[in-house]
Design a protein around this ligand. Sequence first.
Ligand SMILES: CC(C)(COP(=O)(O)OP(=O)(O)OC[C@H]1O[C@@H](n2cnc3c(N)ncnc32)[C@H](O)[C@@H]1OP(=O)(O)O)[C@@H](O)C(=O)NCCC(=O)NCCS
Length: 178
Amino acid sequence: MSFAALRDNQGIIMVNDSDKYPRIRKAVAADVEAAHKILNFFAEQGLLLPRSLSELYDHLRDYFVLEMDQGEIIQGICGLGICWSDLAEIESLAISDEQQGKGFGRKLVDACLGEARFLGINRVFTLTYVPDFFLKRGFREVDKAVLPQKIWADCLKCPKFPNCDETALMLDLKEPAF
Ligand SMILES: CC(C)(COP(=O)(O)OP(=O)(O)OC[C@H]1O[C@@H](n2cnc3c(N)ncnc32)[C@H](O)[C@@H]1OP(=O)(O)O)[C@@H](O)C(=O)NCCC(=O)NCCS
């Protein structure tokens, strides 16, 4: 899993040397409204935590997005939130309905994992309703109790709190396959 953050000719940070479309790149402010629509479309189905525009702007630097063609609105998003010295969270992963099943979800997660490694963070967890997707990426199910209290601040905003029915999964990037 290699990771290189390069800038295109407009100064936008893209992943690896992908100047070809579709591409994965870091989010910019102009992506936020589209990201908000994608995330909240799935949040209304109970698949994700809803995100406000304010939260997305606050954490803009956490996000990678999927851009299908130059100048088109983004079709996918995923964030890497840093929790502690050796712990980060994959959050707000969503691919628009029409682009699902083409490997883009995997690429967005790989971009987040690559950034975690670049930052020297070896443990990455997620809370999800699609554990099988993450199990295929090498994540392993863990007891939610092993996650630090700090992360539960976000859960207070969840309509399901305190009856969380998401699965917690963790990936150790130091393991040989990664
Ligand atoms: C879950 C989601 C992000 C997957 O993205 P995607 O681009 O469709 O997935 P990919 O094409 O990259 O699939 C990668 C692998 O995961 C598998 N996969 C995809 N979606 C899956 C799911 N819901 N459950 C189990 N496995 C899944 C694929 O079959 C593929 O397997 P393979 O490597 O053996 O071929 C996407 O379906 C989505 O946005 N869903 C709605 C929002 C959501 O549920 N987000 C997850 C919250 S954590």
